[in-house]
Design a protein around this ligand. Sequence first.
Ligand code: SF4
Ligand code: SF4
Length: 551
Amino acid sequence: MFCYQCEETARYEGGAGCNSTVGMCGKDEQTSDLQDLLIYAVKGVAQYAQKARELGVADNEAGRFMMRAMFTTLTNVNFVPARINALIKEAKETKDRLKDACEKAAGSAVELEGPASWRIPAETSELLAQAEMAAIRAGEAEVGEDIIGLRSLLLYGMKGICAYGFHALVLDKEADEVFAGIEDVLAYLASDPTDVNELTAKALEGGKVNYKIMELLDAGARDKFGIPEPTQVRMSPKAGKAILISGHDMVDLKAILEQTEGTGINVYTHGEMLPSHAYPELKKFEHLAGNYGGAWQDQQQDFADFPGPILMTSNCLIEPQASYRQRIFTTGPVGWPGLRHIEGHNFSMLVQAAKALPGFAQDAEEKTAMVGFGRESILGVADTVIDAVKGGAIKHFFLVGGCDGHLPGRSYYTDFVEQAPKDTVVLTLGCGKYRFNHLDLGDIGGVPRLLDVGQCNDSYSAIQVAIALADAFDCDINELPLTLNISWFEQKAAAVLLTLLALNVKGIRLGPTLPAFLTPAVVNTLVEAFDIKTITTPEADLADALGAAAE
Ligand code: SF4
Ligand code: SF4
């Protein structure tokens, strides 16, 4: 195995990458190699899907499959070789179907090269024997590490883009242009591209596809659950039976709330599910009792302490510990060997488990956090905000968001927000917020200084706020008193980064470390084109942001 797709990849002198029998996340060699082979198979599907679209027989079912398959390979999503194997088989069937459709439409044989021509073996041993061909660094000796780094940026971005696309599908949102865009970029990657400018341009095209997906996601969440509103969430448990739901999928949350109504069981959110408390169609359930625990990397402690069953709906799952292995369930793309997996939204097993488990014996001391500052609530007070900026009461906005993670150095984000001057406003999204959402930053003229825009899935909302402010001040986003300080961990963050670059947002600070797949030359390209910076110290980065604003 070789994998360096996430921030927690093994780092050693002279290099980085998980390349032993188990990755830092617990992904074993077989799963990792099968995931690489699945990606290779998906590239072949994309080639035929693109061809089919060209021939007038677009097949969006293939696009839905690609999103699901790619999502399964994200960090901390699926560790079950049999499920990856099943997806490889599905890739073969999908490709055969597309090839047939192409040939019918063309009236002759349609043979494509590269991954499209791969005869996918049925036997796992035969598959694994070909893993080298599908490895992320295959061909490095010929094309060099910079090209491999750029291809990796594009592929990992595409993984995140497909994950967001899958989230949109769950919310019944899709678009032809999105499927066509995904086919186009993956088919391009299948051609083993070597042109730096072309690779960079494709990465930005991928970012544009993601922007459309984020828009769909935003519309899907609002159609299903209403417009998020500022809401105070209880962050400590109440006495009673309890279910915990983690990940990002609010459709699963709603199904659990419906299936537990009237049972006396309290439902708690964990990690990235926290923002769901702001949606009218979810918060109307009185037994949506609060949020429990912190970000994903705290789950082994949080889940061990939780006295009820747990459902993991999407990334980010860590190896379940013996103390809660019997009461954690997975659904959607998620999987861990031996865990019970639920398909089809029938959560009766969780309800039964909740009734059998003790729940919380007593109320804990009440703590709260505010969520629900989607673009509607922020732009609802746009006049106040604009006046505050014009009058000097608000000097600067910081978007401090993205993923949290295990690695040391992330206390930087707590310190950064804590030290942000009192005449500045902090927008946040993603689970990075757990580093500072307990802080009381007060308000400026009634506008809270800490505004939680939502999940990382809600990046669209944050971008809309920036666009609206730029319109109001008749300037470019890059001229706003706004600094983006983004923490990354996995491939959804790579997708959002590509979107921000596609929107020509400059001067983003990225941390806590730069991706291992970006070589110094690729970093230089990004620095030159987009002024990307790494984090240093809160003091220096704040001074830089505010100094730059004052110029
Ligand atoms: S996902 Fe991250 S931690 Fe897991 S194997 Fe890949 S680089 Fe290593
Ligand atoms: S923001 Fe990133 S790290 Fe956090 S739960 Fe979502 S995907 Fe995982």
